[in-house]
Design a protein around this ligand. Structure first.
Ligand code: C2E
Ligand code: CA
Ligand code: CA
Length: 406
């Protein structure tokens, strides 16, 4: 066993495999590749590590088929101990078993970074682990103690800021859009991500106020950089489900934006499938009026909702964004790959622009391009950033191969 305290900034990996030779082989390969590795084969050793040292690991590589002590039991134990590490599942069984185990792990609240079928090539293992985001970069964060009054005050005090993430065409890397993503610059808590305050806005009737505040920031930001940015593409703004229950919203939006003629017609609203339940006449009313006012509509997180097909048929949308969960899993999961391919084909046949979110690797970029996805958004291109950084990003982007050769 390695010394758990001696990771010195390296990602810390726990390898669990009942076959000692394999556990040792993985340990050696990963150690050479620069990870701090602990390998465990015996049940007592595995239990002790999980119960006492789980917080010491960023990644757990788990063999699912271990006689007498199976991988599912280990997963359950990891979940019970609040495991925050990324899980890499390994199995000698076929892909379906791995896919089922991945689903189970996700339901247990574990974060699965990938799956590998045995026999495993060392390079595939190293490659997968290198591409895993560190646990510290994960989006899920502990709940913050925020009250609705706090948010109302923050909105009024101008503490809401907007970061922008570029979207580019897969064909030739052209910069065609930005998505406006809200952040809250809290005076005590620092910069807070939307996962903490969007649900609060939803629960406390502040969704429309938040939407209007975001729009105002977008207008102000784009004005501020004006000619210097040279960007004339679409600006996507997220609408949360409860914004689609406020019948005044279209009027309020039109009122805010009509003074900014040119910009107004570049705004595109993103809605999630779950925001528009089948019987939601009100949402359809609001979306139809937004569309009539000239704004484009995009269906976000496609594939995760319940009334997918029905929404495609009923809603006046122009764009479909394939959820980043599918895009990211497509690399290792054949079923996710089929879902992305079918979604892209479906959108194309319906005459919609297809956007893939969560594009993090060159492999994903090439594959998405090959299956006819139009636009890419994701960390490979850029992370969300303050408006003033966009010009610098664009200059660097146009100098890359992707931008020039696509
Ligand atoms: P979303 O609309 O799906 O936005 C994309 C999220 O994915 C953003 O997270 C973005 O930072 C992240 N992302 C982009 N590319 C990648 C990638 O390559 N890898 C990974 N792992 N993540 C990537 P963010 O900014 O934290 O926003 C989270 C969610 O919060 C958004 O999901 C959206 O549902 C909501 N949200 C953000 N701003 C607003 C807003 O102004 N209004 C409303 N109603 N919701 C908002
Ligand atoms: Ca979105
Ligand atoms: Ca999305």
């Amino acid at each position: 066993m390695t010394d758990l305290s001696a990771s010195q900034g390296k990602a810390r990996v726990l390898v669990i495999d009942d076959e000692e030779e394999i556990a040792e082989l993985f340990r050696d390969v990963l150690t050479i590749a620069g990870f701090a590795v602990t390998a465990a084969s015996r049940p007592a050793e595995i239990i002790a590590l999980i119960d006492q040292s789980l917080a010491c690991f960023d990644i757990v590589v788990l063999d699912l088929s271990m006689p007498g002590f199976d991988g599912v039991e280990v997963m359950r134990r990891l979940a019970a101990r609040g495991c925050e590490a990324r899980l890499v599942l390994v199995s000698g069984f076929d892909r379906k078993v791995l896919d089922g185990a991945r689903e189970l792990a996700t339901r247990y609240g574990l974060s699965v970074g990938g799956c590998l079928e045995k026999p495993i090539r060392s390079v595939a293992l190293v490659d997968m682990l290198r591409r895993l985001p560190q646990t510290g970069q994960r989006e899920a964060a502990p709940a913050l103690a925020l009250a609705p009054e706090d948010l109302a005050r923050g909105l009024a005090a101008g503490e809401l800021v907007v970061h922008y993430q570029p979207m580019v065409t897969l064909a030739d890397g052209q910069w065609v859009g930005i998505e406006a993503l809200a952040r809250w610059q809290h005076p005590e808590q620092g910069l807070i991500g939307p996962q903490h305050f969007i649900p609060l806005a939803e629960a406390s009737g502040l969704s429309s106020a938040l939407t209007l505040t975001v729009l105002e920031s977008v207008v102000a930001d784009l004005r501020h950089v004006n000619g210097s940015l040279g960007f004339h593409g679409a600006v996507s703004v997220n609408l949360s489900p409860s914004a689609l229950t406020d019948l005044r919203l279209p009027e309020l939006i039109v009122e805010r934006l009509q003074r900014h003629g040119d910009l107004g017609c570049r705004i595109r609203f993103e809605i999630t499938e779950t925001s528009v339940p089948a019987n939601q006449t009100m949402a359809l009313d609001i979306l139809t009026r937004l569309r009539l006012a000239g704004y484009a509509l995009s269906i976000d997180d496609f594939g995760t909702g319940h009334s997918t097909m029905d929404n495609l048929r009923r809603l006046p949308i122009q764009e479909l964004k394939i959820d980043r969960g599918f895009v990211q899993e497509a690399e290792s999961d054949s079923r996710a790959r089929v879902i992305v391919e079918s979604s892209a084909a479906l959108a194309r046949d319906l005459g919609l622009t297809v956007v893939a979110e969560g594009v993090e690797t060159m492999a994903a970029w090439r594959w998405l391009k090959s299956i006819g996805v139009d636009i890419a958004q994701g960390y490979l291109i850029a992370r969300p950033m303050p408006i003033i950084q966009l010009a610098g990003w664009h200059a660097a982007w146009t100098a890359t191969d992707r931008a020039s050769a696509g």
